[in-house]
Design a protein around this ligand. Structure first.
Ligand code: NAP
Length: 483
């Protein structure tokens, strides 16, 4: 069980709204009341009737908040919060002990934010802040890489071993692991909400990542990519682990590069990872053991640790074929794959292996030729010629959120039988809508996403992916991204 608590950060523009949001945070162990954006601030009203311990924070614009009322006014707000019995107030560290600390040190969270990166004097800063005798020291620094998190974890764990209360966080995409694995960063609590870059929604933190159940023995998996903050893979794999009661968690791992990932994976004993853009090819070139499909395509989408080595495989081909072949008989069809990247290679290998006459059409001839060489397909003209296909596969990102009003082909050239769009967000792309109007049958990319994720899960766990769990998780994940 996690020792770290969940602190839900709530922001609002009115005191009433702040109180309502505070009371809605029923899963929190404590709440951080961000009063800096409240226009009609009544500190006593914000604290009155609370059922959880509260931290009152009034962060200035300069420190990443929205308070611009001047230092005197800010001091008055903090003093009022202390007078009204707030369990904690947050005071920004300015390099020397603040006179307010002396009297109320056991109710102070002394915080320092660095939005530019990890300062070289991080440990010194921690010790200077700690020497003030405050209850909690909070250090939040922008993480530019996963490896930036390693010294944060060392510092936090040391603090916990010494019986000190600290929260040491990496902000931004690469920092997400420090929020979810807060226990491994020695944090007394993890801030959840949407107040800082990389903060995780409280409901996601508790339900999807099972924050309260994580312990030192929990196995860690993740999706390696850049960016991966909106990846749907954590929703699927975490739901899968929960369904089979596996003590494991799956995180978004936004790495600076492949070295960064492997360094972090060793430091945090990562058991396995999905690999997504832009790292599939480089990861393949770095692992010794890869499956035949990975070798053929020269790209992998899954890693598994075997003692001190990594095994890799590519299940994009099987993931692509499964929804297609389970629904359609494509023997003797002519296929056109639009695009010539990793997904186009996987799709064309699958189609050629299934005996389908396949053409690759891409805006860059050299790339189309390379994809054709890998798969045994031929190169077609670009734009796609009329009456040249039965199955059209979109393996470009065209039509993906936020460019939802774009399509890789004009509606007038949708003259075949089936259109398979590998884009999965949105689940119904403009291409698919237009294809339906033109009388084609359609297949979206969500099913491929689910199919390849299930294969990864089975490879890692040796257990069949539980029925409908991945499908439900991905649909819910997509709906919450849309919100
Ligand atoms: P990639 O390696 O970057 O390849 C993208 C391809 O699309 C390249 O050939 C690129 O051409 C071409 N392209 C990009 N913009 C274009 C445009 N405006 N017009 C024409 N061609 C364009 O990406 P990928 O990994 O193959 O992924 C491609 C798509 O498939 C993405 O949307 C991804 O989300 C989706 N996908 C889905 C799944 C799934 O499970 N459903 C799995 C993998 C990928 P240039 O080289 O000239 O830029």
């Amino acid at each position: 069980m996690a020792q770290s608590q969940v602190c839900v950060t709530v922001r609002a523009t009115t005191t009433d709204q702040l109180r309502r949001r505070r009371d809605a945070a029923v899963e929190a162990d404590l709440v951080e009341l961000r009063v800096d954006g409240v226009e009609d601030l009544d500190v006593s009203g914000a604290l009155k009737g609370r059922s959880k311990p509260a931290i009152v924070t009034c962060r200035t614009v300069q420190d990443g908040g929205s308070f611009d009322g001047g230092e005197e006014a800010r001091r008055r707000i903090i003093a009022e919060a202390l007078k009204c019995g707030a369990e904690y107030v947050d005071i920004e560290w300015n390099g020397s002990p603040d006179p307010r600390i002396t009297k109320h040190r056991n109710r102070i969270v002394l915080s320092s934010h660095d939005f530019s990166g990890r300062p070289s004097d991080l440990a010194d800063r921690y010790f200077a802040m700690r020497a003030t005798g405050v209850a909690v020291v909070k250090l939040a620094v922008k993480a530019k890489s996963l490896m930036d998190l390693v010294p944060l974890a060392d510092l936090g764990c040391r603090a916990r071993r010494d019986g000190e209360q600290a929260v040491i966080i990496g902000m931004g995409g690469p920092g997400v692991a420090s929020r979810i694995l807060a226990d491994r960063f020695g944090a007394c609590w993890s801030y959840a909400g949407d107040a800082a870059p990389g903060q995780v929604d409280p409901d996601r933190l508790i339900r999807e990542f099972r924050f309260r159940e994580l312990s030192d023995s929990t196995e860690v998996y993740g999706v390696l990519g850049k960016p991966v903050i909106h990846s749907l893979s954590p929703a699927m794999h975490n739901a899968g682990f929960r369904a089979i009661s596996k003590d494991a968690v799956y995180l978004p791992l936004e790495a600076a590069d492949v070295d960064d990932f492997f360094g972090f994976a060793d430091a945090f004993k990562i058991s396995g990872a999905s690999v997504t853009a832009p790292f599939k090819e480089e990861v393949h070139s770095r692992v010794r053991e890869s499956d035949p499909i990975g070798k053929r395509i020269g790209a992998v989408n899954t890693l598994q640790r075997v003692q001190n080595n990594w095994r890799a495989m590519n299940c994009d081909v099987d993931g692509f074929l499964e929804p297609l072949l389970s629904r359609f008989t494509i023997d003797g069809w002519r296929a056109t794959v639009v695009g010539a990247g990793g997904a186009a290679k996987a799709a064309s290998v699958g189609l050629v292996e299934s005996g389908v006459l396949t053409k690759i059409c891409a805006r860059r001839q050299d790339k189309a030729e390379e994809a054709a060489r890998v798969s045994g397909a031929t190169v077609g003209g670009f734009p796609v010629e009329p009456n040249s296909w039965d199955l059209l596969v979109n393996a470009t990102p065209v039509g993906m959120t936020p460019q939802v009003n774009e399509s890789p082909l004009p509606a007038s050239s949708l003259d075949g039988r089936l259109v398979y769009d590998l884009v999965y967000n949105p689940s119904r792309t403009l291409l698919l809508k237009e294809a339906t109007k033109r009388g084609c049958r359609t297949l979206g990319g969500l099913e491929m996403l689910v199919a390849q994720a299930k294969r990864q899960f089975e490879w890692w766990t040796g257990v069949q992916a539980p029925n409908s769990v991945f499908e439900t998780a991905v649909k819910n994940g997509l709906a919450s991204i849309a919100e």
